[in-house]
Design a protein around this ligand. Sequence first.
Ligand SMILES: Cc1ncc(COP(=O)(O)O)c(C=O)c1O
Length: 394
Amino acid sequence: MFEHLRPQPEDPILALMDRYRADPRTDKIDLGVGVYRNSQGVTPVMQAVKTAERQLVDGQDSKGYTGLAGDPAFIDAMAELVLGDVVAADRVAGAGTVGGTGAVRQGLELIRLARPGVTVHIPDPSWPNHRAILQAMGMAVKTYRYFDAEANGLDMTGLLEDLRAVPAGDVVLLHGCCHNPTGADPSDAQWQEIVATLKAAQVTALIDLAYLGFGDGIAEDAFSTRLMVQELGEVIVAVSCSKNFGLYRERAGVVLVTAADADARAVVQGNLATLNRLAYSFPADHGARVVEMILNSSALRAEWATELSEMRGRINSLRGELAAALQAETGSDQYAFLAVQRGMFSRLTATPDQIRTLRDDHGIYIIGDGRMNMAGLSKEDIPRLARAIAEVCA
Ligand SMILES: Cc1ncc(COP(=O)(O)O)c(C=O)c1O
């Protein structure tokens, strides 16, 4: 039977990681894979996570199954973190998922079940897995304009034009904050315009929130999600705990759905549970329970918030320093966007040849589309990186 299988194309990010590992140079710089690194180049386990895990190991007296939707206390805590108080709790359905990827997948499964044949509109560009998952599910996918590569910023005019043309009843996927791969986020005022456009177009929003707290803060980064819930009523939010809790391999995530009322919520909740049953029965529990323990303990929550703000501060200061170093190297403001953009990623406008030269001649590893993981940088690397970019991309 397997003779009909075709080899899958290699994942460009994982392939780049392999090349990086095999590179013997000691001064190589990895800006490829999307994980946070501290000043020692390590992706750390947060202290709040360590403490919660110790408490969990000591206090847990059963590994029996949870519910199909996972630990209800985790879902409630995440709903409160993400949505604040903009929606009554009896309108919020939710299910634990296998990371943020699982949340996107289960959100799309719900959409497909609710509205077979629907088209999902994703930004151009977007996280490559959005299109890949949609295509694997056989769902129709279109793109809307998002990024102005010339200006290295949001293409607000194109974005609004395209959103206005989305047929009523379709689904629009939006990155709630820290857009991957561009780092270009709408301002609050621009979000107001975008949400008004979505409302007028009578479309459903699916929000991918993989970097809550990595941009400007929890409330700031949740602004767009909360606004959409307030203005649009029915919203699906795919949330990842991989980055903001540093729980990458534990696969903690949640799909939250705000329904029209409590009755509709009960139906959505039952469908989310069934979709989990069909995919993996029960979501993983360890990471979710750690998150719940942190969010429900004022001491652990405060410690986590401090650690998260240190991570955010580090990324934003690296952004500022790289922009300044490039300003000094090139004598122009063409890289000023790096300091303004948010989250782990920004995009370097570079040809494939330039990306290759950066890698081969300078040991600088950047993904082929120019996406740079700012959180992979160390301060010491900045002068060399700026010099190399100025030399190669001039
Ligand atoms: C935009 C976006 N959505 C979802 C995810 C999924 O994250 P997770 O590792 O929790 O599955 C990522 C991770 O890279 C992402 O960048």
